[in-house]
Design a protein around this ligand. Structure first.
Ligand SMILES: Cc1cc2nc3c(=O)[nH]c(=O)nc-3n(C[C@H](O)[C@H](O)[C@H](O)COP(=O)(O)OP(=O)(O)OC[C@H]3O[C@@H](n4cnc5c(N)ncnc54)[C@H](O)[C@@H]3O)c2cc1C
Length: 375
């Protein structure tokens, strides 16, 4: 039985809190603390943690279902929690028992700290350093974006290897470690509650045991663990956003009319055709997303191709659906009355979150022509 079967009620409780605060999280550009606290207290924070440590033993499909549902209500909350699960999948595979217990029991909010000022969206090529030093490791870095930068318990962090060959090594870096600095609050176009700020590390000392995986193995961790999980969860955000935009726009057009003509917006064939495109795009991407999850579960040969596709097309289509929603709802969308403009702004981030759509197009093109992705 899926862990989700037991969690529908908790999920709806978290969704209700997300709904209540979504508009002011966006307007005030503030972290959705109430939603994150409710999420962690509900047990959903430990959804994919092993049951032997108090978690629910859930799967990527379960986590993706949670994120898609929450994204319909609050894009910021959904992305924060998508980053949480993305980090947790790494911690589950490589982390120590105490951290895994904390995650399982809702005492740990995770996130990824991969993007850097020097290598930008090319997350696979960190320039930051890690120097081994008598049982400790000293980290120096300029991380350019970390979701929940000032709220996460610890960061799943990339650096160049200490000594081994390879492109990177992954670490668990406590947010309160001395030498970490984050500038002022996040001010973004969308996902305004995300606290996705830069973080610099100057001589940050962590125990050598905080390494996640082997020295130099970071690229493998990124490709085998982070990329599939993050892509599916990022797509879940995009799908939740476009689902809400499609539903809100359809309801608005069905319920809003021209009194002097005694007709509804939905009586216009042009409007109906746009609504049809929105619905079709949303359903097509949802099918691709579900097929991607099935491909990963079955270890299908096309699983990696699906992973590359799902983030790219979910991101692109959600922005297009948002654009259509802005058009069909007219002035009501330009203001905040139908809840389309916030989600339209939130949807933009997926295109530039690494791997960005354009990098994914390049990877997909390489995959279908038999080339090495990183050749
Ligand atoms: C809301 C939000 C939250 C984020 N949270 C996190 C987080 O928690 N952790 C984290 O590590 N990062 C995070 N990021 C960072 C994200 O993953 C990207 O690294 C970042 O958005 C890329 O921005 P950039 O300006 O550095 O991109 P640049 O690398 O400067 O890219 C600029 C443009 O060049 C294009 N481009 C680059 N290389 C190629 C190529 N080879 N082929 C074709 N086009 C290319 C890109 O697609 C893009 O359109 C977040 C970003 C956002 C917007």
């Amino acid at each position: 039985m899926s862990a989700m079967t037991d969690f529908t009620q908790e999920l709806e409780r978290v969704a209700a809190v997300a709904t209540k605060h979504a508009a002011n999280v966006d307007e005030d550009a503030r972290f959705p603390q109430e939603t994150v606290d409710t999420f962690l207290q509900s047990g959903l924070g430990g959804l994919v943690s092993a049951s032997e440590f108090g978690g629910k033993g859930g799967t990527l499909r379960d986590a993706a279902t949670v994120i898609e549902r929450l994204a319909r209500e609050c894009g910021s909350s959904a992305m924060i929690l998508a980053m949480h699960y993305s980090g947790v999948f790494v911690i589950e595979q490589y982390g120590d028992e105490a951290t895994r217990r904390d995650v399982a029991n809702g005492k740990h909010l995770s996130t990824l700290a991969f993007s850097e000022a020097g290598s930008r969206s090319h997350f696979w090529a960190p320039l930051s350093t890690a120097k081994a030093d008598n049982g400790h490791v000293t980290l120096d870095a300029k991380k350019s974006w970390i979701t929940s930068a000032n709220y996460a318990t610890a960061y799943v962090w990339s650096s160049q290897p200490c000594a081994a060959e390879g492109m990177s090594t992954i670490w668990l870096v406590p947010r309160e470690a001395e030498g970490l600095q984050s500038p002022g609050p996040f001010r973004g176009l969308g996902l305004r509650g995300n606290d996705s700020t830069p973080v610099s590390a100057t001589g940050v000392k962590i125990p050598a045991g905080n390494r996640l995986g082997e020295d130099g193995q970071g690229f493998d961790v990124m490709m085998s663990n982070v990329l599939p999980n993050f892509s599916v969860l990022n797509a879940a955000c995009s799908i939740g956003l476009m689902e809400a935009i499609s539903q809100n726009a359809s309801a608005h057009c069905a319920g809003t009319g021209y009194q002097h003509l005694d007709s509804k917006l939905a009586d216009l064939p042009t409007i109906r055709a746009y609504l049809a495109r929105m619905r079709g795009k949303t359903d097509m991407v949802r099918s691709l997303w579900l097929d991607t999850i099935s491909a990963l579960e079955a270890g299908r040969e096309d699983a990696m191709l699906r992973v590359l596709e799902v983030k790219a097309f979910a991101g692109e289509e959600s922005v297009e659906v948002g654009q259509l929603g802005m058009r069909v709802c007219g002035g009501a969308a330009y203001r905040k009355e139908v809840g389309v403009e916030r989600r339209f702004r939130d949807a933009q981030a997926a295109i530039i979150m690494a791997p960005t759509t354009d990098v994914l197009y390049d990877f997909i093109g390489k995959a279908v022509t038999g080339m090495e992705l990183f050749g």
